[in-house]
Design a protein around this ligand. Structure first.
Ligand code: NAD
Ligand code: UDP
Length: 328
């Protein structure tokens, strides 16, 4: 019985594939390579194609005995989602509908799904818990919430069991140094900071320092990508053990400001990393920090990599060895 990983050639999906292989799972990857990389898939069987292509997906489901799905495939650039909502509804919402229909046709009833802190929008409370209001402020978050809701109704109608994991900020790279983050364009803070000591960028921009936080810069909750992968393994176990559908936040519970992350990167790299204050980025909430108590108590999950320097250090090891990502 195989685990189907959609988006397994992407940043988080590739770390998931590595973890599943370590656990001796049989792994099937579906990825269109629209943002992912063939070289990021370290094992298993890779099918290159799109979730929305029914004939292609039929082959995948017919050629393999799939027990469960871990679903990463999506578009996830907030800015792009605001200028091209159609792309996000088409790929994220319609793509997920195609996947769920195919699962139903083939009697596959377990799915672990990448949701996001963006489903909450501007938080009511910090740290954010799963019962808090979900009121997305961008199309990306809205499509992820729609995907969660689609699963809820497939559960009620067809008994599909799902675990939606609402990640906060994924960061870092695999301990082997062989897989890491390689997005084009890159929008995430930590890889952008590291482009400065790599000589690819003169300074890091700080998007606003007039937020209601201690140093005025936005506060986020950074979690090592391998700790995220561990949570998926536990979510899969919950479903295999007959557990009910559920939604969990995944974060560290600790907030780091943009300035604190830059300072940590300076310590890790020994580079002065010049920073320049620029305008706020539209739609950025001041503080996003998760309460992951529910995942800890119900899944038995606990993050292992809890030092910001270690998280950035793992990313630094990857980027130093792969300054041009997988196109080295
Ligand atoms: P990524 O872009 O690196 O990976 C997504 C993968 O899905 C890519 O390999 C891409 O080629 C593939 N894909 C996209 N649409 C597809 C389709 N229709 N058919 C087949 N393959 C398709 O992104 P990531 O950073 O690894 O994020 C993975 C998931 O986690 C996404 O769903 C994202 O919304 C979610 N997420 C990420 C973060 C983060 O900090 N990176 C935070 C919260 C949630
Ligand atoms: N950020 C920044 N400069 C950059 C990139 C990001 O100041 O060049 C800030 C951004 O405003 C946010 C935080 O860093 O407050 C994390 O941004 P990222 O895009 O990594 O993740 P997000 O929290 O938006 O998902």
């Amino acid at each position: 019985m195989a685990v189907l990983v959609t988006g397994g050639a992407g940043y988080i999906g590739s770390h998931m594939v590595a973890e599943l292989l370590k656990q001796n799972e049989e792994v099937v990857v579906v990825d269109s390579l629209q943002t992912g990389h063939r070289e990021a898939v370290t094992g298993g069987k890779l099918y290159v194609g799109d979730l929305r292509n029914s004939v292609f997906m039929e082959t995948v489901f017919r050629e393999n005995t799939i027990d469960a799905v871990i679903h990463f495939a999506a578009n996830s650039l907030v800015g792009e989602s605001m200028t091209d909502p159609s792309k996000y509804y088409h790929n994220n919402v319609y793509g997920t509908l195609c996947l769920l229909d195919k699962m139903k046709e083939h009697g596959v009833s377990k799915i672990v799904f990448s949701s996001t802190a963006a489903t909450y929008g501007e938080p009511e409370h910090v740290p954010i818990s799963e019962e808090d209001r979900t009121y997305p402020t961008n199309t990306y978050g809205e499509t992820k919430l729609a995907m969660e809701k689609m699963m809820k109704w497939f559960d009620i109608a067809h008994g599909l069991k799902y675990v939606a994991l609402r990640y906060f900020n994924a960061a870092g790279a695999h301990e082997s140094g062989s897989i890491g983050e390689d997005h084009h364009p890159e929008t995430h803070l930590i890889p952008l900071i590291l482009q400065v000591p790599l000589g690819k960028r003169e300074f890091i921009s700080i998007y606003g320092d007039d937020y209601a936080t201690e140093d005025g810069t936005c506060v986020r909750d950074y979690l090592h990508v391998s700790d995220l992968a561990d949570a998926h393994v536990l979510a899969l176990k919950r479903l295999r053990d007959g557990g009910e559908s559920a939604v969990y936040n995944l974060g560290s519970g600790e907030g780091y400001s943009v300035k604190q992350v830059i300072d940590a990167a300076r310590r890790v790299t020994g580079h002065p990393i010049p920073a320049k204050l620029v305008e706020r980025r539209a739609g950025d909430p001041a503080v996003l920090v998760a309460s992951s108590k529910k995942a800890e108590s119900e899944l038995g999950w606990k993050r292992k990599r809890d030092q910001m320097e270690d998280i950035i250090g793992s990313a630094w090891t990857w980027h130093k060895a792969h300054p041009n990502g997988y196109n080295n």
